[in-house]
Write a protein that binds this ligand. Structure first.
Ligand SMILES: Nc1nc2c(ncn2[C@@H]2O[C@H](COP(=O)(O)OP(=O)(O)OP(=O)(O)O)[C@@H](O)[C@H]2O)c(=O)[nH]1
Length: 205
């Protein structure tokens, strides 16, 4: 870590994964812009990212959140990003049994491609759709316990628990990096930094 003018800053790489249509892009738009565009399903092609600065325990951190495509044909692209991720948010749709069942396959992939100490959060999204619910909350909680991951139900539509999900991840990462300083690693943003962004200061683990 290096000291910036007033505070320390870390960049924490986070990836959203899960089946196509579970609401990854919507969750990120709600978190980033505080809005939900109903019925606007256009499947993500490839990958894109958003930066968001959060304050965790008076520490300014930058969450760089990568939104991946859930469709199978983009899977090999997504795998390439797992290695650099410090946190993974795995979404399912509480109205879709298949998206919930598939989370086990996602967790297997995560364990295969991601770092061992990656923070994983399981999110049951679309919790506003109570009448169409197919997965009980306790089923999500049980699965999360089984895999030792953090769990929340969210709604990208109403915003329920959206900020909480990202804050929980940021807090967990900050507390881990305070306790366990890690060697600087190669990060995607080191090579992808936009030209107008100030160099070196404030972008490291
Ligand atoms: N009611 C409700 N609808 C949602 C919610 N989140 C997403 N949706 C809707 O579900 C559809 C799919 O959402 P996306 O955010 O595009 O899904 P995705 O996971 O990014 O899909 P891929 O890009 O194909 O991986 C859209 O029509 C959204 O409006 C939610 O929390 N509640």
């Amino acid at each position: 870590q290096r000291k910036c003018s007033e505070s320390y800053e870390q960049t924490l790489l986070t990836i959203l994964v899960g089946d196509s249509g579970v609401g990854k892009t919507s969750l990120l738009v709600q978190f980033d812009q505080g809005k939900f565009i109903p019925g606007s399903f256009s499947a993500t092609v490839g990958i894109g990212f958003t930066n968001k600065v959060l304050t965790v325990d008076e520490l300014k951190v930058r969450l760089q959140i990568w939104d991946t495509a859930g469709q199978e044909r983009f899977r090999s692209v997504t795998h390439a990003y797992y290695r650099d991720a410090q946190a993974l948010l795995l979404l399912y749709d509480i109205t879709s049994r298949s998206s919930f069942d598939n989370t086990r396959a996602w967790l297997t992939e995560i364990h295969e491609y991601a770092q061992d100490d990656v923070v994983i959060m399981l999110l049951g999204n679309k919790s506003d759709m109570a009448s169409a619910r197919a997965i009980r909350r306790d089923e999500g909680e049980k699965l999360a316990r089984e895999y030792g991951v953090i769990f929340l139900e969210t709604s990208a539509k109403t915003g329920l628990n959206v900020d909480e999900a990202f804050m929980t991840v940021a807090k967990e990462l900050v507390s881990r990096s305070v306790q366990l300083p890690v060697e600087p690693r190669f990060h995607l943003h080191d090579v992808m930094r936009p030209e107008n962004e100030p160099s070196a200061c404030c972008s490291f683990s």
